[in-house]
Design a protein around this ligand. Structure first.
Ligand SMILES: [Zn+2]
Length: 299
């Protein structure tokens, strides 16, 4: 019996030696796609929330841009693709219209908010429909995470957008952002901060509630092409990482929110509307922001 087991192990080892390295080489890249809505082409004003007259169009356009990215990834040989609906109530993408090769993460709350599910098993991250940060001039629908409550958010003293914040969450696992899609501000920021990243410009922001875009099919073709290029050069793109511990600062729009958040003993109030907290890493930082968001939004 023992001998038999031994023989089994030996043959198993031989098989591994022959098959192992070859199969490791053909491991298909695993892709995580985080999807917001404000950076989608032709989503400019009344396309972002249930109840608005044009919301259904916003959802369809959002789903179509995600599908374009998925098709590009698959054309370049991507393996598993996880899509994270990361806007509003996180139930915008239309599941039955999504490419059937992808998995879809829906609904809030969830600990890592717009990056829930990310871990070191992924090879690359794609941002679809991303928008500029709070306070950017000529930036269609700009805000940072929670438009009605948060002003500026700083990580280690630097003002961040959702793209930078979420890239740093992926960076915790050393996963690079390989493609970013949004307006001219989003594209510029991505190129400045994620060397080697591919970008697709979906719109030229003209003001907070106005933008100009090419036809949706033209934008989607561009996203498909850039996603394919991004996956093909995935090994060349470096992750965006921030130093640990992480110092988070949030400037609230309402002084009451800063006051009540600072009732927590580990939260420091540095100005009337500003709080500061130190966390071990980006995961703790993200969970704290999610907690603030979820506690206030539970209905
Ligand atoms: Zn957003």
């Amino acid at each position: 019996m023992r001998q038999k087991i031994f023989r089994f192990i030996v043959s198993g080892a031989l098989i591994f030696m022959v098959v192992g390295p070859a199969s490791a080489q053909v491991k298909k890249p695993r892709i995580y796609i985080s999807v917001d809505i404000e950076g989608i082409a032709h989503v400019v004003n009344a396309q972002t929330a249930a109840g608005q007259f044009d919301y259904e169009r916003g959802r369809r356009l959002m789903t179509a841009e995600v599908n374009a990215a998925i098709e590009g990834c698959l054309a370049a040989g991507a393996g598993e693709i996880i899509v994270s609906d990361s806007h509003g109530n996180a139930q915008n993408i239309i599941p039955e219209e999504l490419n059937e090769k992808a998995y879809l993460i829906r609904s809030f709350p969830r600990p890592l908010l717009q990056m829930e599910g990310i871990d070191s098993s992924f090879d690359g991250v794609i941002f679809i429909g991303y928008h500029p940060r709070e306070g950017t001039p000529e930036a269609n629908l700009s805000h940072t995470i929670w438009g009605t409550k948060f002003g500026e958010i700083k990580v280690n003293g630097r003002v961040v957008s959702e793209a930078l914040f979420n890239a740093a969450v992926a960076g915790h696992f050393e996963v690079p952002v390989i493609l970013v899609c949004g307006d001219q501000n989003v594209v510029k920021e991505a190129r400045e901060n994620f060397p080697g990243v591919e970008t697709a410009m979906t719109k030229q922001s003209l003001g907070f509630l106005s933008a100009m875009s090419p036809h949706p099919k033209v934008v989607q073709a561009e996203i498909r092409k850039k996603a394919e290029q991004a996956v093909r050069k995935i090994k060349e793109i470096k992750p965006f990482m921030v130093q640990k511990p992480v110092l988070l600062e949030i400037a609230f729009k309402n002084i009451f929110d800063a006051e009540t958040t600072a009732y927590l003993p580990w939260v420091k109030r540095t100005e009337g509307k500003v709080i500061q907290v130190e966390f071990a890493d980006m995961l703790e930082t993200n969970r704290f922001i999610t907690a603030l968001f979820a506690i206030n939004n539970r209905t």
